[in-house]
Design a protein around this ligand. Structure first.
Ligand code: CDT
Length: 312
């Protein structure tokens, strides 16, 4: 059997200001692609909502507001991203790009696409777990209105690409073990996750100092428990006064970190991965077909909140 080695990169982004034109952002993405090409990278992963500032931090009352619409793409490639697609195709590099999607019927999603080395979109994922709140909450230092500006996606698909099986997840999805297990049940060996994680968590600021630890904890556990590689990619640094976690990293099926970002800005980190190592885990300790007990996991799909035993 031929070896399945892949050189992958996490293309971390530093802050994007509210007024930064998408064309300027695309220029930064292309700088990443060119660097990646010099290093013979085959797949580059960009963050969640890569093309703009993280706009859910502001309240906009009217959803038909044109300024709000300017953060969304109505097609992909869009006019502004066409050059990204053609450059990647010329370089023969695949990529994963997060963006805000506005459909023809007016639905809004937090979306990520997977593009192969030939410039074709081979997969589209819409974020399932939308964190934050729906209404303006003035007591917060900044808003987190993803639940106002996006509709939730409805599945965790996987695709055959890059001689592997690939799945995607977006930011808050990475904190939920169901995400990784759903993708791994679709055969995922490689899980691509873009994120924007404000370090300050208003409902419980005691978690602020743990932002980096929690981000690694969930992605490393997800990788190990499912025998997958995980590529976690941040848009980090201080953006419009709000500090977000950087800490992009590439994690192996052992749960170990193979490469990690050292800065809070635009930074490309690279790892050589051997996809066949996934089998070491998927065919032993986490041999799902042999060891899983789905008949005992009914609560996972039948209920959302906890149901406690009756009080005595
Ligand atoms: N973008 C995103 O999903 N961020 C969330 C912030 C959580 S608090 C509202 C995250 O889980 O990192």
């Amino acid at each position: 059997m031929a070896e399945r080695n892949l050189r992958v990169a996490a293309a971390q982004m530093g802050p994007i200001t509210k007024n930064e034109p998408k064309a300027a952002v695309v220029g930064r993405l292309i700088t990443h692609l060119k660097l990646a090409s010099e290093e013979n990278v085959e797949l580059v992963v960009f963050p969640e909502l890569t093309l703009t500032t993280f706009f859910p931090r502001w309240f906009v009352e009217d959803e038909d507001d044109l300024e709000l619409d300017s953060f969304y793409e109505t097609s992909m490639p869009s006019a502004e991203t066409e050059f990204l697609f053609s450059t990647a195709k010329d370089l023969g590099i695949g990529f994963c790009l997060g963006y805000a999607e506005l459909t023809e019927s007016g639905e809004r999603y937090n979306t990520q696409v997977l593009v192969n080395g030939g410039g074709e979109i081979v997969g589209k994922y819409r974020k399932v777990h939308l964190p934050g709140h729906e209404e303006h909450e003035p007591w917060r230092e900044f808003q987190h209105l993803e639940r106002r500006y996006f509709k939730a996606g409805g599945s965790f698909p996987t695709w055959r690409a890059f001689e592997s099986v690939v799945g995607m997840a977006i930011c808050n999805d990475r904190r939920w073990s169901e995400t990784y297990r759903s993708l791994a049940l679709g055969g995922a060996e490689l899980i691509l996750i873009g994120y924007n994680t404000p370090i300050h968590y208003a409902p419980d600021p005691s978690q602020d100092r743990l932002a980096s630890f929690h981000s690694r904890l969930v992605m490393q556990a997800g990788a190990y428990q499912n025998g997958c590689y995980v590529i976690g990619v941040a848009k980090g640094g201080i953006e419009e006064g709000v500090e977000s976690l950087s800490d992009s990293c590439i994690i192996g099926p052992s749960g170990e970190i193979l490469a990690e970002a050292k800065t809070d800005g635009d930074e490309l980190i690279i790892a050589d991965i051997d996809l066949d190592i996934c089998k070491n885990y998927k065919q032993t300790l986490f041999d799902f077909a042999r060891y899983r007990k789905p008949e005992t996991y009914g609560a996972i799909t039948n209920q959302t909140g906890a149901i406690l035993p009756e009080e005595l």
